[in-house]
Design a protein around this ligand. Structure first.
Ligand SMILES: *Cc1c(COP(=O)(O)O)cnc(C)c1O
Length: 397
C-alpha cells in the first residue's frame, strides 16, 4: 500500500484534512492564531523573513497560520496551486483588478454579474482609465468581438444571478487565451464541490466565502485562487500592500464551513431540484429557472460542467410585482433577505432589491421581470419549505 499525498485525496477528505500544520501542543482542531505579529530569534532572521529570503510569519496582514490553513484548503479544493484570502468577496475581486490592470487596459465582463462587481469595474476601475464592456453571458460571438488588443481579462459568473444561466467555461477560456487574455470566474454559486473552473481553463477563481463556503451566514470573507505564478506576481503584492486581509477568526469559521461543504452542496442541490419540479407544477407559476430541469435550455451543459445543479432557483409567477410581493410576504419560515448560500432558505424579489438600482429598461434587457422571485434553498425540511410557499401561490388574478 502506498501513502497518498494530500493532493491525491478526494475533495471530501481534503476539505477536512488539508491545511492544518499541528503545533507542539498537539491540538486536534485548528487553533485561531489571534496575533498581529511574530517574533524573530535574531535581527538576521527578521531581515531574511522581511526580504522573502526565508519563509515564515511576519505580520498578520499577510501571514497568519489560521488564514494560511484556509488558503491551503481552498486551493486544494479548487485544484489551484495557491489561494489568498481577503476580507470580503468584493475585496478579492478588487485585488484581481488592482493586481492585473493598468491605465489603458480593457476588460470584458458578463452583464449578469453581482451588482457591486459591475459598479467596481464601471465606476472605480473606470476612474483610473480602465474601460469595461459588458456582454450577454451566453453570447459567445459577443464575447469574442468585444475583445480588443488591450483586453487584459474576461470576467464571468456561472451560473448567473438571478436567472441561473450558464456559460461554457472551457469554450470561454479558449476564446480568452486565443486573444492573449485571461479568464476570471466567480465560483460563488457552485463552489468547488460542484465545479472547478481552473480545470476547465480559467486562470483565476474568485470567491465570496460569505455564501456557501461558510454556509451558515456568519462571516464575510473572500478568496482568489490560481497558479503560483499569477498569484505571486499580481495578487499577493496587492494583498500585502492594500491590506484587505481576512481575519483569523473568520478564517477559522470558514475552515469548519469547508468541512461540510460537499454534503451541504449535495443537500442544497437535491432540495432545490425537488422544489423546482414542484414549482413547475403549480398553476400560478409560469416559468422556473433551474438548470436541473430537463427543459432548461442549458440542462446539457449543466450536466457536463457541474456535478450537481446548485441551491438557487428563480421563477416567474402569474401577475406582476404585487403578486410577487404578496407571495414573499405570505411566507413565515423563509427569510426575506437577498443573502444566499445559507442553511436557512431565503426569498427575494430581484427587481426591487438586488437589481433595483438598474433602470427599468436595463432590467428588461437582462430578463429580470417584476414577477420574478428568487429562492436560495436551505436545508430545512423540504415539505416545510413547500408548505410555506403553498398558501402564497393560491390566488386568483
Ligand atoms: C456576494 C457575492 C459577491 C461579493 O461578496 P462579498 O463577500 O459580499 O463581498 C461576489 N459575487 C457573487 C456571485 C456574490 O454572490
Amino acid at each position: 500500500m502506498t501513502t497518498k499525498t494530500m493532493d491525491e485525496y478526494a475533495l471530501e477528505t481534503q476539505a477536512i484534512r488539508c491545511g492544518h500544520r499541528r503545533t507542539h501542543e498537539q491540538e486536534h482542531s485548528i487553533p485561531i492564531f489571534a496575533t498581529s505579529s511574530y517574533v524573530f530569534s535574531s535581527a538576521e532572521e527578521a531581515s531574511l523573513k522581511f526580504t522573502g529570503k526565508q519563509p515564515g510569519n511576519i505580520y498578520s496582514r499577510f501571514t497568519n497560520p489560521t488564514v494560511d490553513a484556509f488558503q491551503q484548503r481552498l486551493a486544494a479544493l479548487e485544484k489551484g496551486e495557491r489561494c489568498l484570502a481577503f476580507a470580503s468577496g468584493m475585496a478579492a475581486i478588487q485585488a484581481v483588478g488592482m493586481g492585473l490592470l493598468e491605465a489603458g487596459d480593457h476588460v470584458v465582463c458578463s452583464r449578469s454579474v453581482f451588482g457591486n462587481t459591475l459598479l467596481l469595474f464601471q465606476n472605480f476601475f473606470g476612474k483610473f482609465g480602465v474601460q469595461t464592456d459588458f456582454v450577454d453571458l451566453t453570447d459567445m460571438d459577443a464575447w469574442e468581438s468585444a475583445i480588443k488588443p488591450n483586453t487584459r481579462f474576461l470576467f464571468v459568473e456561472t451560473p448567473s444571478n438571478p436567472l441561473i444561466t450558464l456559460v461554457d467555461i472551457k469554450a470561454l477560456s479558449d476564446i480568452a487565451h486565443r486573444h492573449d487574455s485571461l479568464l476570471i470566474v466567480d465560483n460563488v454559486f457552485c463552489t468547488p464541490a460542484l465545479q472547478t473552473p481552473l480545470t476547465l481553463g480559467a486562470d483565476l477563481v474568485v470567491h465570496s466565502a460569505t455564501k456557501y463556503l461558510d454556509g451558515q451566514g456568519r462571516c464575510v470573507g473572500g478568496a482568489v485562487v490560481g497558479s503560483n505564478e499569477l498569484i505571486e506576481q499580481y495578487i499577493y503584492p496587492f494583498l500585502r500592500t492594500g491590506g484587505a486581509s481576512m481575519s483569523p477568526f473568520n478564517a477559522w469559521t470558514f475552515l469548519s464551513g469547508l468541512e461540510t461543504l460537499s454534503l451541504r452542496m449535495q443537500a442544497h442541490s437535491d432540495s432545490a431540484l425537488k422544489l423546482a419540479q414542484w414549482l413547475n407544477k403549480q398553476p400560478n407559476v409560469e416559468k422556473v429557472n433551474y438548470p436541473g430541469l430537463a427543459d432548461h435550455p442549458q440542462h446539457q451543459l449543466a450536466t457536463q460542467q457541474q456535478s450537481h445543479f446548485g441551491g438557487v432557483i428563480s421563477f416567474e409567477i402569474k401577475g406582476d410585482k404585487d403578486n410577487a410581493w404578496a407571495l414573499i410576504d405570505s411566507t413565515r419560515l423563509l427569510s426575506i433577505t437577498a443573502n444566499l448560500g445559507d442553511v436557512k432558505s431565503t426569498i427575494t424579489h430581484p427587481a426591487t432589491t438586488t437589481h433595483g438600482r438598474l433602470s427599468a429598461e436595463a432590467r428588461t434587457a437582462a430578463g429580470i421581470k417584476d414577477n420574478l422571485v428568487r429562492i436560495s434553498v436551505g436545508l430545512e425540511n423540504l415539505e416545510d419549505i413547500k408548505n410555506d410557499l403553498q398558501s402564497g401561490l393560491e390566488y386568483t388574478l
